[in-house]
Design a protein around this ligand. Structure first.
Ligand SMILES: O=C(O)CC1=CCC(=O)O1
Length: 252
């Protein structure tokens, strides 16, 4: 898998990997990179079928998505990383924490869930395969941002462009990975220092999902970001940047 990525920040510094959510791409992290790259080498990438990473025919599994990260790290000669993921990116992070614990120095799980299954994912996959990504724009934005941010034309334009540039097959394959994921049983085996960050107004993965994760991951903490919906890192970057720097700076 040729994963589109961008690597920036001081050579030799500890590496932070940033993993995007369903329907977004590495631009999701535009507000984090300037803050993180002062102290960390920052590797952000596009999940398969999103941004500049081509789609394989679906369905996918979290093992596929986590495997893409491990393959990229191996190709770049990177052994161990701090990892932050939003939603699907956080699910990818949990899979890595469970299945490749030696590679993960710390885990920031942002607006995500260990158990978000259900029939709606196969319906959504069928919708985009039949009608393309335009079908997702008006339903996604109100889940991703509070009304204050959805009214901001710059945010609407940027995130609409991300949705429309996703490949429907890639988006559908990722929906199928979420439908079939099986993370709950492995949470207790995550050894990396873990912070679950929730958006106080997130309708997709409300704070109860972060609490569920933290209940099972040894030593994990929860932080709830006020005035933020599902893409809390984009809506409240200062708060999320502070939390990420505290986690990554404090972890070995
Ligand atoms: O449905 C959405 O857009 C929210 C979401 C669920 C998984 C993900 O990555 O985003």
């Amino acid at each position: 898998m040729n994963v589109n990525h961008e690597l920036t920040g001081p050579e030799g510094a500890p590496v932070v990997v940033l993993s995007n959510s369903l329907g977004t791409d590495l631009r999701l992290w535009d507000e984090q990179v300037p803050a993180l790259r002062e102290r960390f080498r920052v590797l952000r990438y596009d999940q398969r079928g999103h941004g500049g990473t081509k789609a394989e025919p679906g369905p996918y599994s979290l093992a596929d998505l986590g495997g893409d990260v491990l393959e990229l790290l191996d190709r770049l000669g990177i052994d161990r990383v701090h990892f932050a993921g939003v939603s699907l990116g956080g699910m990818t992070g949990m899979w890595l924490g469970e299945n490749a614990p030696k590679r993960i120095a710390s885990l920031a799980l942002i607006c995500t869930s260990a158990d978000l299954g259900g029939p709606s994912w196969s319906e959504r996959a069928a919708t985009v395969r039949a009608n393309g990504m335009a079908a997702m724009v008006e339903s996604s934005l109100p889940r991703w941002f509070t009304p204050a941010a959805t009214g901001n034309p710059a945010i609407r334009e940027k995130f609409t462009d991300m949705i429309l540039s996703a490949d429907p097959e890639g988006y559908a394959g990722c929906c199928e990975a979420i439908a079939e994921m099986d993370l709950l049983g492995g949470l207790g085996g995550i050894t990396a220092p873990t912070l679950a960050i929730a958006g106080a107004e997130d309708p997709a993965t409300p704070p109860s999902h972060a609490e569920r994760i933290a209940a099972d991951v040894p030593g994990a903490r929860v932080e709830v970001v006020p005035s933020a919906a599902h893409l809390a890192n984009a809506e409240q970057p200062e708060t999320v940047n502070r939390l990420l720097l505290e986690l990554f700076g404090g972890a070995a």
